[in-house]
Design a binder for this molecule. Structure first.
Ligand SMILES: *Cc1c(COP(=O)(O)O)cnc(C)c1O
Length: 401
């Protein structure tokens, strides 16, 4: 992994090797080109960088700490460390890119942020950023998800966002994406589209990665200060892949660090629709205007997916992850629903930290690594806190003694 990685990937057309790019209607392409241009000129300016740094420190609560898990490490072996993204304002890493996207919108003179949301986590983070900057916020959400994720719908409304119910098709995330793009195209002068992960057409996979890089930059410094060395293993969960790209990016060029992306193995890896292991079991294809590993049905349509962690159930994945898999730089592995629930209780009871179900996938794999290589250190990106998941876990799984 030599040369200037961040200058080479993506290339000018937004490709990470053969993945990524932009395959969208011409009218939308014009708007994406404007965002790309603005991103390159504005986000590299001293003024923008200084303002974003100040927001991260005084509003988001960064830097988030790196924490050594004493009791968990004692129990399973290894040395397990957590990068505490759960301590970000709003309780997850998503605010890292939402504040960046909203600040860019402000510099571009936009008045309104538009996005889709599945479980509502991205919607809440974006509504938070909109409130901070005094921008309008319009979140498109499938009617089915609105029923399922009522607390997040209320959070968005309290924060002043407009939630638009999407009532066609399956009434979930895919239709919400189409609906948000349509709304955006009706008023591209005053609005900007803000995607929720390192996915979608260029420039989003690059932009979101760059805004999330703060995780890895901080964590590398903190880990070295604590231990005098680099971590032997880096572990993060992968849905679209933004929290993972955030931490991986700092270590890609350190060949001695092994890197693991953990996908949801769900109920079973043998049945399509029971998991969301896009890279472990998928094939290269097209989804939402870009190329990546995808899970498809026989007709080439995005396959149904399942995970107990709603932030991880997407039948595509970031193009950069797709490239890193083919390069063999990152190993993509899975953790099942069951392993995730066990890790959820393990971390809660041994450290007093309740993880998001998404993040618990990474913890589950870290525990396996610790048992396998007890002499090694493991740095886990704890992408979010689990308060949002308590009702679901308690209603659906028996609490261990
Ligand atoms: C949304 C979410 C994820 C998954 O998104 P990525 O883009 O893969 O990071 C992971 N953890 C938490 C806490 C989330 O809210």
């Amino acid at each position: 992994m030599q040369g200037n990685y961040f200058k080479n990937y993506p290339n000018k057309e937004g490709f990470f090797k053969e993945y990524g790019g932009s395959f969208i209607p011409e009218q939308l392409q014009k708007e994406m080109d404007k965002i790309t241009k603005a991103y390159y000129s504005i986000s590299k300016s001293h003024k923008f960088i200084a303002e974003l740094r100040s927001i991260r420190k005084h509003y988001q609560g960064r830097p988030t700490p790196v924490y050594f898990c004493n009791r968990l490490s004692e129990r399973y072996g290894g040395r397990i460390y957590l990068k505490r993204e759960d301590l970000n304002h709003t309780g997850a890493h998503k605010l890292n890119h939402c504040m960046g996207e909203a600040l860019l919108a402000k510099y571009m003179g936009k008045k309104r942020l538009i996005a889709e949301t599945g479980a509502g986590q991205h919607g809440v983070a974006l509504a938070t950023a909109a409130a901070y900057f005094g921008l309008e916020c319009e979140i498109h959400m499938g009617e089915v998800d609105i029923q399922k994720e009522y607390p997040n719908v209320m959070r968005m409304k309290v924060l002043g966002a407009t939630v638009i119910p999407v009532t066609h098709g399956l009434k979930t995330l895919k239709e919400a994406v189409d609906s948000a793009f349509e709304a955006y195209l009706k008023d591209p002068i005053n609005s900007i589209y803000c995607i929720g992960s390192v996915v979608g057409p260029h420039p989003f996979p690059m932009m979101v990665r760059d805004f999330q890089r703060v995780i890895g930059i901080e964590a590398k410094d903190q880990f070295q200060e604590m231990t005098g060395e680099l971590p032997d293993n880096i572990v993060a969960c992968v849905g679209g892949g933004s929290n993972a790209m955030g931490i991986f990016s700092a270590f890609l060029q350190d060949d001695e660090c092994k890197i693991f992306g953990v996908e949801p193995g769900g109920k079973s890896l043998d049945i399509i629709g029971d998991h969301a292991a896009t890279m472990s079991l998928g094939t290269p294809g097209m989804i939402h205007g870009f190329k990546c590993y995808t899970l498809q049905d026989e007709k080439g349509e995005p396959a149904p997916v399942h995970s107990i962690a709603s932030g991880l159930d997407y039948p595509g994945v970031g193009p950069e992850h797709s490239m890193l898999k083919d390069m063999d730089r990152v190993s993509y592995v899975t953790a099942s629903d069951k392993e995730c629930i066990d890790a959820f209780y393990d971390l809660s009871r041994s450290e007093g930290i309740i993880p998001a179900l998404e993040s618990a996938h990474a913890v589950a794999y870290a525990i396996k690594l610790a048992q396998r290589s007890p002499q090694e250190s493991i740095l886990v990106n704890l992408s979010g806190r689990g308060d949002k998941d308590l009702d679901y876990v308690i209603d659906n799984f028996e609490m261990p003694k």
